[in-house]
Design a protein around this ligand. Structure first.
Ligand code: CUA
Length: 222
């Protein structure tokens, strides 16, 4: 989870989030190079002494500074598309979790695992345990097996919500009347925190998500 002064991304807990971090760093590097180059050129313009009186056009440089940005954009667009399709790929999921957004809590259904159904509410600050996380801990966690492909179906019962877990690289909108699908693979045990990321009403900040990632044999006994 994110703690004080963490302005970057959280440590990844899934292979897809790892790829998202690599892509973020790659895009940021290109951005920094462009900013430095353009910043340098703009700074040097202040010292222009207008010595080329008969300079009216430059075909070659115009060609270069038109085509070059297009090529640079390709270096961002192609890895971005690769990731986009990778995120959408579903590879034989072993568990399917359905999460339904409500004002203001999540309810979960494990339709192919003992037909478990439960609601998951935020623990109010005055009822919080001494080691609990304010506005982040819930009464019933989502227990999921690690090292398995998990499919998640997201929908909502009233308004649009968004099921978002930064460490897993998952953000899916829950829209009333629709069923959205994505998948993830948790590669370590632990607790992963998330929040609703779609402005859904007055208590939008108070519908967190907690995933409890456990080894598969623990999950089967659960
Ligand atoms: Cu549900 Cu914001």
């Amino acid at each position: 989870m994110s703690t004080w002064a963490n302005l970057g991304l959280q440590d990844s807990a899934s292979p897809l989030m790892e790829q998202l971090i690599f892509f973020h760093d790659h895009a940021l590097l290109i951005l920094v190079m462009i900013t430095v180059l353009v910043g340098y050129l703009m700074f040097m313009l202040f010292f222009n002494s207008y010595i080329n009186r008969f300079l009216l056009h430059g075909q070659l440089i115009e060609m270069i500074w038109t085509i070059l940005p297009a090529i640079i954009l390709l270096f961002i667009a192609l890895p971005s598309l690769r990731l986009l399709y990778l995120l959408d790929e579903i590879n034989e999921p072993s568990v399917t979790l359905k999460s339904i957004g409500h004002q203001w809590y999540w309810s979960y259904e494990y339709s192919d695992f003992n037909n478990i159904e439960f609601d998951s509410y935020m623990i109010p600050t005055n009822e919080l345990a001494i080691d609990g996380f304010r506005l982040l801990d819930v009464d019933n966690r989502v227990v999921l097996p690690m090292n398995s492909q998990i499919r998640i179906l997201v929908t909502a019962a009233d308004v649009i919500h968004s099921w978002t877990i930064p460490a897993l690289g998952v953000k899916v909108d829950g829209t009333p009347g629709r069923l959205n699908q994505t998948n993830f693979f948790i590669n370590r045990p632990g607790l992963f925190y998330g929040q609703c990321s779609e402005i859904c009403g007055a208590n939008h900040s108070f519908m967190p998500i907690v995933i409890e990632s456990v080894p598969v044999n623990y999950f089967i006994k659960w």
